[in-house]
Design a protein around this ligand. Structure first.
Ligand SMILES: Nc1nc2c(ncn2[C@@H]2O[C@H](COP(=O)(O)OP(=O)(O)O)[C@@H](O)[C@H]2O)c(=O)[nH]1
Ligand SMILES: [Mg+2]
Length: 150
């Protein structure tokens, strides 16, 4: 059986970079995602579909239509985001409205992720990875998370 996983988050946080690294095992040059980007991969005999939804405000309304078809959400955030109040609002809304598992990846974080951790609501279904570089270890952690929680 195949499983759908959503990759959400604001633009420029590294969603496509993570998706390409999972699929092709390489850091590839990306262009801003317009609309949707779906790719699939196999891991331990399971087939997974990863769907990234473009992270501009005009795409935010699409998120809710995809929730019910997804087994889990990977939300990519970063301290580089300019409007952090909007970001906390988006993350907290997601956490309160979505009852399946959520992996929050704090990317490009340098050492400034404390604010994000202090401003999100915690529920039992939230898991967090914090990183400044999408390397093999991070990708393995993400794949194993997907395997265990979907
Ligand atoms: N320094 C650094 N740059 C990254 C990282 N991930 C992505 N980028 C860069 O950030 C830009 C936007 O990445 P992209 O994956 O297209 O973001 P998206 O809009 O969320 O899909 C690209 O120039 C990437 O090379 C990271 O972990 N560290
Ligand atoms: Mg993208």
């Amino acid at each position: 059986m195949s499983k759908n996983i959503l990759i959400l988050g604001q633009r420029n946080t590294g969603k496509t970079t993570i998706l390409f690294k999972i699929i092709y095992n390489k850091i590839l040059k990306t262009i801003p995602t317009i609309g949707l980007l779906t790719e699939n991969f196999f891991f331990k005999n399971n087939k997974y579909y990863l769907t990234e939804i473009g992270g501009t405000p005009d795409s935010f309304h699409l998120w809710k239509y995809f929730y019910k078809y997804s087994k889990a959400i990977i939300y990519v955030t970063s301290p580089i985001i300019q409007n952090m109040e909007l970001e906390y609002h988006l993350i907290n809304k997601l956490i309160s409205n979505y009852n399946k598992k959520i992996l929050l990846i704090i990317n490009k974080n340098k050492d400034k992720n404390i604010d994000i951790l202090n401003n999100i609501k915690y529920k039992k279904n939230i898991y967090i990875i914090s990183t400044n570089r999408i390397d093999d270890n991070i990708i393995n952690s993400i794949k194993n998370w997907i395997y265990f929680y979907t």
